[in-house]
Design a protein around this ligand. Structure first.
Ligand code: FE
Length: 344
């Protein structure tokens, strides 16, 4: 689209997450969606790279015959099998779906940052697989071989259909609802439910002093992902304010239905990860955790909670809280910044 010439300032009130008038996606100021700029700033301050984390202890533990049981190895591999392709799926949706159709330049700034973070996460899994000398083709191909991963991925990927078509455009009631549904699927379900239960498995290992390098990688990833989730929640709530007509009772029921379906898929995944249970974690404990998380995601966008259960893994909220605590990440993040400053 050619640039409309003029000295009249851009009207901030015409700026929208989708369907922005003035259609100026390149003029950052005046900024309206400040949550996106805040997320961008936090993302930069949290910058990290997988190769900064030592994996020596994990390598020794993975090689040893006495540290990990067969069930623990299988759980670790299955969760990694999910993760290795999950961030690529997230990256594709962000880069090819969000970036194309979101018309707020400040939101687009964060989307660029988020897309890079998804690449860092895929790099982290690659680094874990390589460090432990695991069978790459087995782990990276699990999404096509393990039904529980395949079904989760297929579920979310089905919501790329339409959105990724060259002819898809927002601006009609039907297409705007379809795009909003895509954000619900990718932010609330993929990043907000499917990722969190796999994070919990990794922290289960960490709590036993096992594979702590991998768990540290996951802690950094979770810190990034909690920002991705917050950003997605902000996108949904802002679209609801800007285009309230989209949030019909039927649409709300449909979103609740998707979240319930995701809870079912995640429970099946948990039964694959722990057919017999490890570290006091088993599929039934997980079911309750998934339901607890699903309720939090529903609440965040103003939908009614469906399960009303307690958090069976209170230490998970500690792991999440840790990521907000200064001293946990302070050392490495400070070192990183200093290194960057010295080089330049
Ligand atoms: Fe993400």
């Amino acid at each position: 689209m050619p640039i409309a010439k003029g000295d009249n300032p851009v009207n901030i009130n015409n700026r929208r997450v989708i369907n922005g008038k003035d259609a100026d996606v390149i003029q950052l100021y005046p900024m309206k969606h400040t949550f996106a700029w805040d997320a961008y700033t936090v993302g930069n301050a949290n910058h990290w790279l997988p190769t900064e984390i030592g994996m020596q202890k994990d390598i020794e533990q993975w090689r040893s015959k006495d540290i990990l049981t067969e069930d623990e190895r299988k759980a670790f591999e299955t969760v990694l099998g999910f993760f290795t392709t999950a961030d690529s799926i997230a990256a594709n949706n962000v880069a090819l779906g969000f970036y194309k159709h979101i018309t707020s330049p400040e939101c687009r700034m964060y989307i660029l940052r988020q897309a890079y973070e998804e690449a860092i996460h895929t790099h982290a899994y690659q680094y874990i697989v390589e460090s432990l000398a695991m069978d790459e083709s087995k782990i990276f191909n699990m999404y096509r071989q393990v039904d529980a991963i395949y079904n989760k991925d297929n579920f979310v990927l089905s919501f790329n259909e339409g959105i990724f078509d060259d002819n898809f455009k927002t601006g009609t009631f039907e297409n705007d609802q379809k795009f909003l549904e895509n954000i619900v699927i990718f932010s609330l379900i993929m990043e907000g439910i499917f990722f969190y239960s796999s994070f919990a498995v990794m922290f289960g290992f960490q709590r036993q002093g096992k594979l702590t390098g991998a768990a540290e990688q996951i802690q950094y990833i979770m810190r990034d992902e909690s920002q991705h989730l917050n950003f997605g929640i902000n996108l949904i709530n802002t679209i609801k304010e800007e285009q309230p007509e989209l949030w019909t009772p039927e649409f709300q029921e449909k979103m609740i239905g998707h979240i319930k379906r995701a809870v079912g898929l995640e429970y099946t995944f948990a039964t694959t990860v722990f057919p017999r249970g490890i570290f006091g974690m088993n599929a039934d404990g997980f079911k309750q955790y998934i339901e607890h998380i699903a309720d939090r995601r529903l609440e965040a966008v103003g939908l009614p909670v469906q399960y009303g259960v307690e958090n069976p893994f209170p230490w998970m909220s500690e792991a999440i809280d840790l990521s907000k605590e200064k001293n946990f990440f302070e050392t490495r993040v400070t070192e990183y910044k200093t290194g960057g400053a010295l080089e330049w």
